[in-house]
Design a protein around this ligand. Sequence first.
Ligand code: NA7
Length: 537
Amino acid sequence: MSQATEQTDIVIVGAGFTGIYMAHKAQALGLSLIALERGGGVGGTWYWNRYPGLRCDVESVDYSYSFSPTLQQEWTWTEKFPSQPEILRYLEWAAKKLDVTKYFRFNTEVTAATWHEDITRWRVTTNLGDTVQTIEAKYIVWGTGMLSIPKIPVITGLEDFTGLVLNTATWPQTPVDFTDKKVAVLGTGSSGIQVIPIVAQQAAHLFVLQRTPSFSLPANNKALAPERMAWIKDNYDQYRADARHSRLGCVTESVGKNFAELTPVEARAELERTYNYGSPMRFSSTFNDIVVDQKANKAAADFAREKIRERIADPILAKKLMPDHYITTRRLCIDTNYYETYNRPNVTLIDLREENLVRFTDSGFETTKAPYDIDIFILATGFDAITGALNRIDITGRNGQKLAAKWAVAPSCYLGIAVAGFPNMFVVAGPGSPGPLSNVVLSLEQHVEWITAMLTFLEKEGITTFDPTVEAERAWDDHVAELSNGTLMRFADSWYTGTNVAGKPRGNVVYMGGLAPYEKEIIEVATHGYLGFTLTK
Ligand code: NA7
């Protein structure tokens, strides 16, 4: 069934941190707006990811909106690292406070968006159940998230397995009971590392299938002391200003020196200090050059490995769990009792570098070494990150060009915000933005505010279309690549480079210059009349 085409100034897709803030800004600009969300409520990735043990790896007082003093003062975080239920409550509350929930159509999936040159508008097609809706809009803003589409590996015979298959990224809304169950978890990134200790406490037996060990630090999570929360609230303006002027978008209290500027004793003391605090942002800021200089990186990685070794009783097991990549070039995780979990008698590590996962059967799985009977299989295999959410929507720009086809060659995106050939379209935290390696809430606030300023300009000047030039986009891609190649990220294999998904081009999808330098660059573009964009009246 299809309905009459609706008209609006702006379509916003996604009801996560981006969509909520963008709707607030569009409302203030006086633009008519329709916001679309495939989930049943606000939250974005925090709506779908509900596995037990899930917390954000950025501290709660940082991982929250900074644009509104009212929101900052009225919300009180209860823990150092926010749990998924608390973040979801926060977003539901923020959307209500900002009075934007009314703009969202939930359970509504965008299936296609096509640019129509004759009317200079996007035609957006959505599905709400069997009902097809068509909306025509002057602008479209994608707030579809960097980590929203689960990556599901192809595993032979999985369809024959008669037990329960779960995915950390699309966890059921009701609790899952692991009591007396034999469970296997595939994947040891952030999600695996957080869910494994919880499942191990309940399950009869847990098998962990590990292909690549990650670096993880103890989160030292705790209740936020009321005095600390009160201090933050009293000093929030300065705290946020410091965060915004930093590379990572949060306060790290770093010593601010390169590794070589410290004596070995000083370097060790700094590593101990940031490690004991328990925060990936702080640990990865121990030295300024941790992601640039091999010696600095090795010092931090060796230190982290030493700490991991101390947490595992069996030295052979410790060796198997030991990461060997440049620290911080894959996600540096935080955990509560992750390595200690392997000291439990009911936990077995299956090292996929020693035995291959061959197939699933009705009762479990077989590796090249042995069969394993299980009741529940948990995929913690990550996401088709950054470009994944848009690649699965049929997006057609000028001259019939498909976004997915363009990004299959390379994930090009001017400023990490706009794509040549796709006019009047904004991508929040697209490829080439600093989002993945920063406090992403501040990063996307930066984008939303920049987009709002551009919308104000376009409307005031009576501009009908904007489109980044191919040359500007290429120059930005090259700039992002140059920044990335100047760091150890050039050796990384993970969602940061797209290599976690088979067939995806290896790309420099993260702007490695940091949040504050990035802001300078995009503001420069704006103050010079939107350099690199073709603007047509
Ligand atoms: P990640 O960090 O991408 O981790 C996924 C894990 O799953 C990782 O250990 C992968 O090993 C493993 N994996 C994926 N596919 C396979 C197959 N086919 N066989 C074996 N192992 C596999 O995703 P997370 O959800 O943990 O975290 C994503 C982000 O969310 C995180 O970085 C934070 O920003 C929050 P691999 O490394 O590919 O060898």
